[in-house]
Design a protein around this ligand. Structure first.
Ligand code: V47
Length: 394
């Protein structure tokens, strides 16, 4: 295994950070900015690799899952998003509960361990649609883990059930209802960039960083895990990205201090994909910026155990490189994914288990199938079992 000691020609201004990482000291905001500004990308990536290997050795996780985007009808019009539609607009859709049940049956038959559900803020669907959706999935696939609804959707559900005015108590009561109907964890979406300037310019009308964090805090207090994302490479500065990471790190510290049963499991940096969004004139981040951001996420977020290179947005080829730059997870088989489309005519975006495992082996790592909460999966074809505990002690 390569180590930092064997790396030559390190940018001298990084030496202090190299020492800190080797001694397992926490990095500061200034360190994060330095890691973004140095031309010495390879030291940044190699440092992230040291941390990644310290935490996970040569293991890389993947999972067998299916995404369901139940509706693209959305009350919001975020400028970066080319998924949302208004009710009467071409291409607007909402899935019926029968459609969702059918997807769950297909997920069951394909041996999936997870269904990941995200949708727009539909103005008229009642709260029962969401609880019935969870019930419908578990009625056909009782063992499957349902990771569903971003913090933005949870706040929307609090509003439509008139619990929004109760602040975190309202959020808590919505989450309790959803958990009672089978919600297993929260995905990391909707975080975008925790910054008022970026919020006002690009996703005004959507919840801001404080409310996003409140929802995840309440989820952790209720004992379920969640993930975190950062949508980067549009109008935000690199300093704003580092601030975003620091806010997540502070929140995870608080989660640990308060002995919550839930926590942030995984950080997923999401590169902005221009598509036909209102920001389609922007180029999106380069491959090099993507490597750097994965690496810096690994280095700054010392208390979040996993960093995911979501292959749908990073591409499988880049995700392979990212495994040497801090990432230890590439996500799943996915199948249908409507939120971003890189180069396909429709939204069928699937990677078979064979291809996921081969991509991980090719990159020099050991593929391990996990469930949503990082328990190793043993399987025979489409039937599977999970171990009691996560494979690593995090
Ligand atoms: O919330 C929207 C982002 C998110 C674009 O928790 C865009 O395991 C790039 O959060 N370019 C949804 N990103 C995806 C997400 C996610 C994905 C995989 C795994 C997990 C997890 C979570 O996608 C949205 C938004 O932040 N997004 N539009 C775009 N044009």
């Amino acid at each position: 295994m390569r180590t930092m000691q064997s790396i030559q020609n390190v940018d001298a201004s990084l030496q202090k950070i190299v020492d800190k990482v080797l001694q397992q000291e926490r990095l500061t905001k200034e360190d994060g900015i330095e890691l973004y500004e140095t031309p010495d990308l390879w030291t940044v990536c190699s440092l992230a690799n040291v941390v990644r290997r310290r935490l996970h050795g040569d293991v890389t996780y993947y999972n067998i899952n299916r995404h369901i985007n139940y509706t693209n009808i959305c009350a919001l019009s975020c400028k970066f998003c080319d998924f949302h539609r208004k009710k009467d607009q071409d291409g607007a859709y909402e899935h019926s509960l029968d459609d969702i049940k059918n997807e769950a049956k297909i997920a069951l038959d394909s041996g999936a361990t997870e269904i990941h559900i995200v949708g727009g803020l539909h103005p008229w669907l009642p709260f029962e649609y969401y609880t019935n959706m969870l019930d419908a999935i578990h009625s056909v696939a009782p063992k499957i883990h349902i990771k569903a609804f971003t913090a933005v959707e949870i706040v929307h559900l609090a509003r439509i059930t008139k619990r929004g005015r109760d602040g975190n108590a309202g959020i808590s009561s919505v989450l309790e209802d959803l958990i009672a109907h089978g919600l297993g964890s929260l995905p990391g979406g909707g975080a975008e960039v925790f910054d008022d300037r970026v919020h006002d310019e690009v996703f005004r009308g959507k919840i801001g960083g404080k409310q996003w964090m409140d929802v995840h805090r309440v989820a952790h207090e209720l004992g379920i895990n969640s993930n975190a994302t950062m949508l980067y490479g549009h109008i935000e500065t690199r300093e704003e990205r580092v601030n975003h990471m620091l806010l997540l790190r502070e929140e995870q510290d608080r989660t640990e201090q308060n002995n919550c049963q839930g926590k942030f499991q995984t950080m997923i940096p999401l590169p902005f994909i221009p598509g036909v969004s209102e920001l389609s004139h922007l180029p999106g981040p380069s491959g090099i910026e993507n490597l750097r951001t994965i690496a810096i996420s690994r280095l700054m977020l010392d208390n979040i155990p996993h960093v995911k290179a979501f292959w749908i947005m990073q591409t499988i080829q880049m995700a392979q490189h990212m495994l040497e730059c801090g990432a230890n997870d590439i996500d799943g088989t996915v199948v249908w994914y409507d939120i971003t489309k890189v180069s396909t005519e429709n939204t069928h975006q699937e990677c078979s288990t064979v291809d996921l495992r081969r991509a991980i082996y090719d990159a020099g790592f050991k593929p391990v199938e996990r469930d949503t909460v990082y328990r190793p999966v043993t399987r025979e074809g489409t039937s599977w079992e999970v171990a009691e505990r996560p494979i690593t002690a995090h």
